[in-house]
Design a protein. Structure first.
Length: 266
């Protein structure tokens, strides 16, 4: 199980795990192999039988907090965190490039809770301020999600990964994940694993790892795999806006968790 808040590294994690489980195979259909279980499309009547029919080691993704899962000691959980400001910049790209099909699926598929999704504002800074003031708006609560996974980080079947640590030392983090998953690495394929998990490779082969090949976004799957960098907010947020976020992180997460979320373990 790969868990995260929202669009903050799950695609990268799915690619890494797919490479570990399938020995650096090229052109894996990762999005089909590793479905987003709590997404309302396709409906569970279609999705669950497809997952049940898989004969390989399953790896699925979720954006749920722990208390919304049927948490199982038989499963292994990888949770990837990222500074909330970087999450917002990623979400904004995802939201502003969404096409009519995306809005239709989100708003008209049975099971919608809350108001329908509308278009984002023009300004990413306004988007950030709305997200911070309304705790994850227009998606779902942010702080609760982080807190829930942080609280169980010491369980033997839970591993926390940070986006910044993956950027800083991808080979080391992949080896750490392989050990956690009890998946031996074929050293003869190590270079291929690293190549297939690189941003350039994933950007070039984005249709394999983005749901429905990117059909929900203008520009397709390569729009979703956008920049792969952190800190874009630094040039746009004022010092007070950034400090307001940091105060909220400290108040909602406590010092240790807030520090981890800001920078990982580096």
């Amino acid at each position: 199980m790969i868990a995260t808040y929202a669009k903050s590294g799950t695609t990268w994690m799915q690619q890494i795990i797919g490479q570990l489980l399938f020995d650096a195979t090229d052109d894996l259909e990762v999005a089909e192999m590793s479905p987003w279980m709590d997404l309302r499309v396709p409906p569970k009547e279609v999705k669950l039988p497809a997952v049940e029919a898989q004969t390989h080691r399953r790896f699925v993704k979720t954006h749920l907090p722990v208390d919304a899962l049927v948490f199982s000691p038989k499963a292994k959980y990888l949770y990837i965190g990222r500074d909330g400001r970087d999450v917002v910049w990623s979400l904004f790209n995802h939201h502003r490039n969404a096409n009519g099909a995306w809005y239709d699926v989100l708003n008209n598929t049975p099971g919608l809770v809350g108001p329908p999704m509308g278009p984002p504002p023009e300004s990413v800074v306004e988007y950030f301020n709305d997200w911070l003031a309304k705790d994850g708006h227009p998606f779902w609560p942010f702080w609760e999600n982080i807190r829930s996974w942080w609280a169980i980080r010491d369980l033997a079947n839970v591993m926390l990964i940070h986006f910044e640590d993956l950027k800083r030392d991808m080979p080391g983090e992949i080896r750490r994940m392989a050990e956690f998953l009890e998946t031996p690495i074929d050293e003869s394929k190590w270079d291929a694993i690293l190549t297939h998990c690189s941003f350039d490779y994933m950007k070039e082969n984005a249709t394999k790892s983005v749901p429905l090949g990117g059909a929900f976004w203008e520009g397709g799957a390569q729009t979703v795999i956008n920049k792969g960098v952190n800190g874009r907010w630094r040039d746009l947020l004022s010092e007070e806006e950034s400090a307001k976020y940091e105060r909220a992180a400290l108040a909602n997460l406590g010092e240790d968790c807030a520090q981890w979320l800001a920078a990982g373990n580096g």
